[in-house]
Design a protein around this ligand. Structure first.
Ligand code: TRP
Length: 520
């Protein structure tokens, strides 16, 4: 991804809606109105959850794309602004599917079976077969939607709280399993949603056919409000009514200026006005609020390909942000797409060891580590080196401060016939002199393997040192150091090599260089 994702220091929010087609006033009040208001104070991501539509509508997906466009048009009409928010389509950012899959690995079935909407929806939508894997995973896909953007807040209605709670649990489990902090736990930003009743007095819902559309024409809005139920109250208009029970009163509360709303509600209680007067006033308030939406929608409708291009462009922006998160998540799960030099070396070392094992390499009868290297086909020296010094042991420069323990590698290499204990260790040449410094633990070994390398790793001298060269001096040095490892050094001067153990005098080991003969 080359796109730059401009970082902002505003807190991030993310929310989504399924592509159910045109929105109604209930959808608007329940979510969208709030989202529009968040745009200045937050870094906003809003998306259309078309994958989620498939969890229930998989048998007939034919309306998903057009419904997606319909929702997008209503969002734009109501004031979601692509200049300020990222407005995108879920399936255009395949990272949603990828993260869902990864989460599916770590999420216990019970967590999903216990989400309250699971059984509920299965019963409500009994005409569809929802005994599917995808439907069970609905809230986990939602968790992926959310966590992919690492948001602080998720602005949703009460009905989504359980899903955000699951999201927090998934984040926690991921972080604790992999000892990571990839997924901060997001919080619900509860949309304060005033109750909105449908035109017939039941909950406003598409399936009841009692909705008022968010971008319906002013005329259609007027007609619907004027014929709206007032819940059978005030059959005689001189009777007082109770606005708490009246759908028209809900409209006033949601759309009239507060002073005006208060006036109509008290008029109702005191029977000072008729229901039809009250409806007319409510119709005007609703119209004032949403006529601009209707008009803006007309403009967007005139260029559907333009709107689609905008959504694709915005989805690319979302993808760039999502990919940032996936880089972290993949790395934690060892799925990173970058092969580090370190990994390549580790793998080579593993192969070298396997090859050596396959050839039945006999350490004790080899003449030198160079020969061991020659066994292998390429990079002979390096592999020989790695056979004893795995790649995860850093071969550091000798330091004047002392003998750094990470240069030491101890392996209970068992010599075939004699079961000798071998201690192998390596050092790079010090910068200013032909000297290699080692430190050897105060244990007893039958043989030392001292590997003296160049600091660029291009060559390697080995000394396989039998006990007679060090038993005495090592015992002395052990006493002197008590606990610590014993400093040992190899020096070279015009082709002659000496070994110094602790404070003892140097002994000549030139004959041991690459000239190993089996231990007796
Ligand atoms: N489940 C949400 C609804 O039915 C839609 C949704 C999907 C969502 N993914 C989301 C909402 C992520 C918020 C965040 O309305």
């Amino acid at each position: 991804m080359s796109d730059n994702v401009a970082p902002t220091n505003r807190p991030r929010v993310l929310s989504g809606m399924r592509p159910t087609g045109k929105l109604h006033l209930g959808n608007y009040m329940g979510a969208l109105a709030n989202w529009v208001n968040l745009q200045d104070a937050y870094e906003c991501y809003f998306f259309i959850a078309d994958y989620h539509a498939l969890t229930t509508d998989y048998a007939d997906p034919s309306r998903i794309k057009l419904n997606t466009i319909d929702v997008a048009l209503d969002w734009l009409a109501a004031g979601l602004d692509p200049q300020r928010s990222t407005i995108f389509i879920q399936s255009h950012v395949p990272q949603h599917a990828e993260l869902h899959l990864l989460f599916s690995m770590i999420t216990p079935l019970g967590w999903l079976e216990r989400v309250p909407t699971y059984k509920e929806q299965q019963e409500n939508l009994s005409s569809k077969d929802l005994t599917t894997y995808g439907f069970l995973g609905y809230p986990l896909l939602q968790s992926a939607d959310i966590l992919l953007y690492q948001p602080q807040y998720v602005p949703v209605g009460q009905d989504q709280v359980a899903h955000v709670e699951l999201t927090r649990e998934v984040a926690r489990r991921f972080n604790s399993l992999y000892k990571s902090t990839v997924f901060p736990e997001p919080e619900v930003l509860l949309t304060p949603s005033p109750k909105l009743t449908g035109t017939d007095g039941r909950k406003m819902s598409k399936s009841y056919g009692n909705t008022i559309g968010l971008t319906e024409s002013p005329k259609a809005v007027e007609a619907k409000v004027l014929s709206m139920s007032t819940n059978g109250q005030r059959a005689i208009q001189s009777d007082p009514g109770n606005p708490d029970l009246c759908p028209v009163a809900d409209l006033h509360k949601a759309f009239s200026l507060p002073v005006i709303a208060v006036e109509w509600l008290s008029n109702c209680r005191a029977a000072r006005s008729t229901c039809s007067e009250c409806r007319r006033a409510a119709a005007t308030s609703v119209q004032q609020h949403i006529t601009p939406f209707f008009e803006r929608r007309q403009q967007y409708e005139a260029d559907i390909p333009g709107v689609w291009d905008m959504l694709r462009e915005q989805s690319r922006k979302a993808e760039a942000r999502a990919e940032q998160t996936m880089l972290e998540a993949r790395k934690v799960l060892d799925l990173s797409r970058i092969l580090t030099a370190e990994e390549a070396r580790t793998f080579q070392a593993r192969m070298a060891v396997q090859q050596v094992a396959a050839k039945g390499y006999d350490f004790a009868s080899s003449t030198s580590l160079w020969q061991l290297g020659a066994f292998l086909t390429e990079a002979a020296v390096r592999k020989a080196w790695q056979q004893l010094i795995p790649a995860d042991i850093a071969l550091s420069e000798p330091t004047t401060a002392g003998f750094s323990p990470e240069r030491v590698y101890e392996e209970p290499l068992i010599l075939p016939a004699k079961k000798k204990r071998v201690f192998a260790t390596a050092a790079a040449e010090s910068e200013d002199s032909a000297e290699w410094r080692f430190s050897i633990p105060t244990k007893s070994y039958d043989v030392w393997v001292l590997l003296c390398g160049s600091d660029n790793g291009n060559w390697l001298n080995d000394f396989i040192v039998p006990p007679k060269y060090f038993v005495e001096s090592f015992a002395k040095a052990k006493k002197a150091t008590k606990t610590g490892p014993v400093p040992v050094a190899v020096h070279e001067q015009s082709g002659e090599f000496t070994l110094t153990v602790g404070d003892a005098a140097p002994v000549d080991i030139t004959t041991l260089l690459s000239n190993y003969t089996p231990l007796k």
